[in-house]
Ligand binder design. Structure first.
Ligand code: ADP
Length: 235
């Protein structure tokens, strides 16, 4: 079995809204492996984003422990987490958050200018199939193309892990497939451990493993014996 990239033990996140306590994560034990593409499925509110945010060092756990390789993230201060994110994590969210006044290439360059061993922005954009769109502004690109720029921006610093929260949530199936192809391409070419949250169950078919959430718990983990290419997925 490949190396463990993330490990959680009894991971718990409680939101105390004053009147009620919400257990967003209620004791999650999970290992995620180097090079895998894992899909996190489950109904809205089941804890998927909370888990992703804690793994990515964007949020703190209430209880339990999280490791990235041999480094424990729980207990790190915000500065330590910021360094961890910068050195190891790429994020892709539902909305692309591109800078409107910069071209695709310049949006990626914002990251490559400050990274240690970045790709050339053109290389990152080629990986997501945007060689012919590099000098376009976000407003000149479709939603799917904008999301692929966001993926290029996330991978250009060669992160160890790519954390994606509903990356196709705002897209129709045709453009969504192109985004999923880009994620698969990155996972295969660089061995980037890729975690994808979706509420779209069809997407599970492209994963190595499917991790299903229910009420802050993992209810099921399934390893796919065969995987589908995103182009073969229908939704
Ligand atoms: P999912 O990603 O599966 O939709 P989330 O991790 O976003 O689920 O949310 C899990 C639970 O935690 C939900 O009940 C949600 O309402 C609650 N929650 C998430 N963030 C907050 C917050 N900042 N304050 C209070 N409750 C929150």
């Amino acid at each position: 079995m490949s190396e463990t990239v993330f490990r959680t033990e009894g991971l718990t996140k409680v939101y105390d809204t004053g009147t009620v306590k919400v257990f967003a994560l209620a004791g999650v034990d999970l290992a995620l492996f180097s090079g895998e593409l894992a899909v996190l499925l489950g109904p809205s509110g089941s804890g998927k984003s909370t888990l992703l945010n804690i793994l990515g060092g964007l949020d703190h756990a209430t209880q339990g422990r999280v490791w990235f390789r041999d480094t424990e993230l729980t207990g790190m201060n915000d500065r330590g987490l910021a360094r961890f994110r910068r050195d190891h994590v790429g994020f892709v969210f539902q909305f692309y958050n591109l800078v409107a006044s910069l071209t695709a290439r310049e949006n990626v360059q914002l990251v490559t200018d400050v990274a240690k061993d970045p790709m050339d922005p053109a290389e990152a954009l080629a990986l997501v199939g945007l060689t012919n769109r590099m000098d376009h502004f976000p407003a000149e690109l479709s939603g799917g193309e904008q999301q692929r720029v966001a993926i290029a921006r996330a991978i250009a610093k060669r992160p160890d892990v790519l954390l994606c929260d509903e990356p196709t949530g705002a897209l129709d199936s045709k453009t969504g497939v192109q985004v999923l192809e880009a994620l698969k391409n990155v996972n295969e070419q660089f061995g980037t451990t890729t975690i994808v949250i979706t509420h779209n169950a069809a997407i599970r078919k492209m994963a190595h493993r499917v991790i299903r959430f229910q009420d802050g718990h993992i209810s099921e983990v399934v390893e796919n014996a065969t995987r589908l290419d995103p182009a073969e997925i229908e939704w």
